[in-house]
Design a protein around this ligand. Structure first.
Ligand code: ADP
Ligand code: MG
Length: 245
């Protein structure tokens, strides 16, 4: 592990009705660590991400963030949730707001930053994701890859302690995937703690400290990319890799 534990899940269980969607999940993500989560469709990867910032409640177990247990509700929850940024497959930008306004919205509302400071910071972040000249455009005027980079800048604007990515490149045309992965690689190098659900095995091999393989709601393997890709232990992982590699 790269540092001390930033995200800790202990014996986390969650059900959707009778479906045991997360089964005794134990997962530790160290500060500065990049954990790639892979697994077949329906294995619980998105649900795992959503429980980490309590977009979804859990039925048992504990999740701690930087040493603080995640509360069930209330103002404390909003604050802790802001500590974990989330980037979705579908970008989820506000269509009727400019790129700049998309990025400053949450800092102005939740962090109560001043307008000038929030805009200055937003422009810095746009520069960082290679979109300095796009601040006044609307999302529909940008390509999918550019919109996803705006979504990453928007998540960074809250100065999160960790970022969760749920299949950030799955909705993109192939030629746009790399520009998004490049931004993610750069964040990883700068020490951002990241949990990344992805099917991009090149990214997993090159950027991940660990690969977590999920199947049927359980973590089946949790190892270095080197170990996982060269010597998968479980039949489920072998089967999965044979289909995608
Ligand atoms: P993955 O991201 O690995 O494809 P998900 O976490 O989206 O998997 O889903 C895991 C399982 O939980 C699937 O069987 C899915 O159909 C089910 N599921 C997901 N969200 C809900 C929900 N809101 N209500 C009921 N079942 C759900
Ligand atoms: Mg999913």
């Amino acid at each position: 592990m790269a540092g001390d534990a930033l995200i800790e899940m202990r014996r986390v269980n969650k059900y959707y009705g009778k479906l045991h969607v997360l089964q005794d999940i134990d997962l530790t993500v160290g500060r500065g660590e990049v954990v790639v989560v892979i697994g077949p469709s329906g294995s619980g990867k998105s649900t795992l991400c959503r429980t980490i910032n309590r977009l979804e409640p859990i039925h048992s177990g504990t999740i701690t963030l930087d040493g603080h247990p995640l509360p069930e509700e209330g103002r404390e929850l909003a604050r802790l949730r802001a500590d974990v940024g989330m980037v979705f497959q579908s970008f989820n930008l506000f269509a009727h707001k400019t790129v700049l306004a998309n990025i400053t919205l949450a800092p102005l509302k939740v962090r109560r930053s001043g307008k000038e400071a929030a805009e200055r910071r937003a422009r810095e972040l746009l520069d960082r994701v290679g979109l300095a000249s796009q601040a006044d455009k609307y999302p529909a005027q940008l390509s999918g890859g550019q919109q996803q980079r705006v979504a990453i800048a928007r998540a960074l604007a809250m100065e999160p302690k960790a970022l969760l990515f749920d299949e950030p490149t799955s909705a993109l045309d192939p030629e746009m995937i790399n520009e998004v992965l490049e931004v993610m690689r750069q964040l990883a190098q700068e020490g951002m703690t990241m949990v990344v659900v992805t099917h991009e095995m090149g990214f997993a091999r090159s950027a991940a400290n660990r690969v977590v393989f999920m199947a049927d709601g359980a973590i089946v393997e949790d190892r270095t990319p080197e170990e996982f890709f060269t010597h998968p232990e479980s039949d489920r992982a072998k089967d999965f890799l044979s289909k995608i590699l």
